[in-house]
Design a protein around this ligand. Structure first.
Ligand code: ADP
Length: 528
């Protein structure tokens, strides 16, 4: 390596912020700087962002990062990108945005997803592209845009995601890496080319999409204004990188067969890598490209740590207050209460589907259920049952993943809930697998940084990332607890199946309550 060029800057573009990380060849993060940008959610279903603020955020984040450290701009080997998946915007022929950025969380196309699934073509499209038919998918968003905004759709010269916008502004070219493209629902997995059936479904031409390039592709030649804004030399290589989900596996070091990554922050996901594209015949899992012939298979759940937040804010408000008054973290306090109850919550089960569910059931109508309540159950049982319910939900994804890819020798965990040792032990006992808490929480950013070194020829293979990742603590399954959970898991799965028709009924009932609520709001809003 050129002696002076020691660092890669990872630009990790998430939904709430872009985080710039300064990483050395040993994987040490020397500095980080985040620039936040808003997510506009003015009405249910809408989740948009301003692509210019995001692109500016990347450049300002890099500029601030460099200003924070002693590192000279000449010491930067490359900048490498991780970006949130599934975003979509339309561009006109002059290169100006026709729409804001529709994020993964924008669900206005929900009815189009349902229709595509019911048509029978959805299943074929999923098998070809690896992207579930869901409102998050750019393919489904295109169907919505075509029918609901025909004027914009008609004027659009290009349909792109956020990283394509950043590269277009910097280098004047529409480029997309295979990894981000593989999460659009428009890429054929086997050929890594745009999928003719998907294009036909969306009624768009291949020329309306970006040129496909591998994640190690790099561009040089920053325009003067970007040099000024970042402080980087104009010839600094910008490595296009990959999507944040697959990069999280890389950054966790879960890139070998039998190595899984499990993240539970607000939502959650379980993923592993495979050497060839793999679609689940039952449609429970996604399959996205990482890089260098590796694919990431897994499932994401809506009902992760957000349920523990609900427990803190709704179910156990008083306990949370007590914790705060004593200067304790409410989550740690609730965890200590849950610890008083034995594994299995003495027969109190919780189905965690407060937000409907993605993997493995893909059922927006699923709802939460406490089952088995008796007079002997106390609030502490309910708290523990919620924690266990989140684990059962993840376990049902893990079961599908195991069926498709084989068992796991290690599960590398990260995210807010992974802070709790009790919760990690529950995971080990329910999944019946060793659970490893990783030292670094920056998995996508670290993955992007490693990819940057690899792209510049400084690392031999992607599995070398394991030298960067360190296990902080390991939990082994406890056979007795595993046995108890095993019995309850059977009840849990049957309960979901039996309740499925009733979930649709109650969801319909709840939907019909909404207009009345709106009426009330309006009335009180006009007072005085
Ligand atoms: P995000 O997905 O928004 O980045 P985080 O990774 O910060 O979220 O995780 C937030 C969630 O982690 C919270 O909703 C909570 O459920 C959980 N959490 C945070 N701290 C703890 C803790 N000490 N013990 C258990 N769970 C925790």
């Amino acid at each position: 390596m050129n002696e002076r060029k020691r660092y890669v800057i990872a630009a990790d573009m998430g939904t709430t912020s872009v985080k710039a990380l300064l990483v050395d060849p040993e994987g040490v993060i020397h500095a980080a700087h985040s620039v936040f940008y808003p997510l506009h959610t003015p009405a249910p279903g809408i989740a948009e962002q301003d692509p210019n603020r995001m692109a500016d955020g990347v450049l300002d984040g890099i500029g601030e990062l460099l200003r924070k450290t002693e590192v000279q701009p000449e010491e930067i080997l490359a900048v490498s990108f991780s970006t949130a998946m599934h975003s979509l915007m339309a561009m006109d022929a002059e290169g100006s945005p026709l729409t804001p950025l529709l994020t993964w969380a924008d669900s206005r196309s929900a009815a189009y997803a349902d229709r595509l699934k019911q048509s029978g073509r959805g299943d074929t499209l999923y098998r070809r592209t690896g992207t579930p038919i869901h409102p998050m998918s750019p393919l489904v968003k295109l169907l919505w845009l075509r029918d609901e905004n025909p004027e914009i759709f008609g004027k659009a010269a290009k349909f792109i995601g956020i990283k394509e916008y950043v590269f277009f502004r910097l280098f004047g070219k529409y480029l997309v890496d295979h990894s981000s493209a593989s999460a659009t629902g428009l890429l054929h997995m086997d050929t890594l080319s745009w999928d003719t059936m998907a294009l036909e479904e969306a009624a768009i031409q291949e020329g309306q999409l970006s040129e496909l390039v591998p994640p190690h592709h790099c561009e040089r030649g920053l325009p003067d204004w970007a040099v000024e804004r970042t402080g980087l030399p104009a010839d600094t290589p910008f490595v296009i990188g990959a999507a944040d989900g697959p990069l999280a596996n890389l950054g966790a070091g879960a890139v070998l067969p039998g190595s899984w990554a499990l993240t539970v922050g607000t939502s959650g996901a379980v993923r592993t890598t495979v050497k060839a594209p793999l679609a689940d015949p039952q449609g429970r899992l996604f399959c996205y490209s990482l890089a260098d012939g590796l694919w990431v298979v897994g499932g994401a759940v809506n009902n992760g740590g957000i349920l523990f937040r609900w427990t803190r804010d709704v179910l156990a408000t008083q306990e949370a207050e007590t914790a705060r008054a004593s200067g304790l973290d409410p989550y740690d306090y609730l965890t200590a209460i849950a610890r008083e109850v034995p594994p299995g919550s003495e027969g109190l089960l919780f189905l965690p589907y407060l937000l409907g569910e993605r993997s493995p059931y893909w059922n927006a109508n699923a709802r939460g259920v406490f089952f088995g309540l008796t007079m002997s159950h106390e609030k502490k049982h309910m708290i523990r049952a919620v924690m266990e319910g989140v684990v059962y939900g993840l376990d049902s994804v893990a079961a599908a993943l195991e069926e498709m890819t084989g068992g796991a020798e290690e599960v590398r965990v990260s995210g807010g809930m992974a802070k709790s040792p009790l919760w990690r032990q529950m995971l080990a006992d329910v999944l019946k697998k060793p659970i490893s808490l990783m030292e670094s929480v920056e998995s996508s950013g670290l993955g992007a940084a490693y990819l940057g070194f690899w792209a510049m020829g400084e690392k031999a293979g992607l599995d070398g990332i394991r030298e960067w990742t360190h296990v902080q603590e390991e939990h082994q399954p406890n056979p007795q607890a595993s046995g108890q959970y095993g019995e309850l898991k059977g009840i849990y799965t049957r309960l979901y199946q039996r309740l499925e028709p009733e979930f649709a009924v109650i969801a319909d009932y709840q939907a019909r309550q909404k207009p009345m609520e709106e009426g009330f709001t309006k009335t009180s809003g006009t007072k005085g």
